[in-house]
Design a protein around this ligand. Structure first.
Ligand code: PEP
Ligand code: MG
Length: 319
């Protein structure tokens, strides 16, 4: 919530990912429908007329409320979390959906997004519950946005593999790179011991992003990219090449990424991406991008003084 004003101040168009976990983290019991309703309504009204994409609860692993810590799962990142938890704890899920749907009927600028989808079964189950909640609100004469868009996060490798099937069932994709990197490379995103192996530019990740983006485009649905990968100005020239519809990032990153994108163009970015997809390791991709930054986007990077220091001197780059 504190970041919503920064979204506008930094020139973003809408909220691509509203994480809803924070209201649950420090409480013994989940918040009630009214609390959720007013929270979501406030965000939607501040952002209006732009859209806010509200992600349903993604609790677990790196976002753990006190009571879940007691469950003692040995591998919580692969455990009962996120959409799996919501499908099991029906009441928890329905309360949140009611709050989101009620706001949608008032402000009409809300989209809903399910996290951690691993296959079609979860999409069907989540959409069934959503429809039931919608029906019951309508029976209570509570207005619901009839055009409400329902999307999913593509952040589990199995979802990438069946992205063509998923794309037929939802209104949009958002590729969640933080978890996609974690699950595809089997690197715990919160474990310092393996932090050096957490490689967003790994060729496997780039291929997966391409597969998901292509599947969405073929099915005619918008595809967004979120997670830290989207916020990195160095990567922006190739991200354009995926022909994504939007990038979602922390508000502070918006001006820098915009600066690069304004100076780039789609056709050249497609060529960069093609070249990058031929490279065999993350470090080669990184070196390519650093060279590109020096060669083609140097003036932009010089504006970001602290960025310059991060660009390693590669292949004769003047540093
Ligand atoms: C992601 O996984 O890329 C993402 C944006 O969601 P979160 O970081 O909240 O898991
Ligand atoms: Mg995630």
């Amino acid at each position: 919530m504190e970041e919503v004003v920064a979204v506008i101040d930094n020139g973003a168009e809408g909220v691509g990912l509203y994480r809803t976990e924070y209201l649950y983290l420090n409480l013994d019991a989940p918040p009630d429908e009214e609390t959720l309703f007013w929270d979501y309504r406030e965000v939607a009204e501040i952002i209006y007329p732009e859209m806010v994409t509200i992600r349903t609860l993604d609790l677990g692993a790196d976002k753990v409320p006190t009571r879940m810590r007691e469950w003692g799962e040995t591998n919580p990142a692969l455990g009962l979390r996120s959409i799996r938890l919501c499908l099991q704890e029906d009441e928890l899920f329905r309360t949140q959906l009611r709050a989101i749907l009620r706001v949608s009927g008032i402000t009409k600028n809300v989209r809903i997004m399910f996290p951690m989808i691993s296959g079609l079964g979860e999409v069907h189950a989540a959409k069934d519950i959503l429809n039931q909640v919608k029906q019951s609100l309508m029976q209570e004469s509570i207005e619901v946005d009839q055009d409400l868009q329902v999307g999913i996060m593509i952040e589990v490798p199995s979802a990438v593999a069946v992205a063509d099937l998923l794309a037929k069932e939802v209104d949009f994709f958002s590729i969640g790179t933080n978890d996609l990197v974690q699950y595809a490379l089997a690197i715990d995103r919160a474990n310092e011991n393996v932090a050096h192996l957490y490689e967003p530019l790994h060729p496997a990740i780039l291929r997966m992003v391409k597969q998901a983006a292509d599947a969405g485009r073929l099915a005619g649905i918008p595809v967004s990219l979120c997670g830290e990968l989207a916020a990195e100005p160095l990567y922006a020239p190739i991200l354009l090449g995926f022909e994504l519809d939007s990038l979602s990032m922390n508000p502070m990153a918006v001006p820098r990424v915009k600066k690069i994108i304004r100076n780039a163009n789609l056709e050249e970015s497609k060529v960069y991406l093609q070249e990058v997809l031929q490279l065999s390791t993350a470090s080669k991709v990184n070196e390519y991008l650093c060279n590109l930054a020096w060669r083609r986007f140097r003036e932009d990077f010089e504006l970001f003084e602290d960025e310059m220091g991060r660009l390693p001197a590669a292949n004769g780059n003047p540093q």
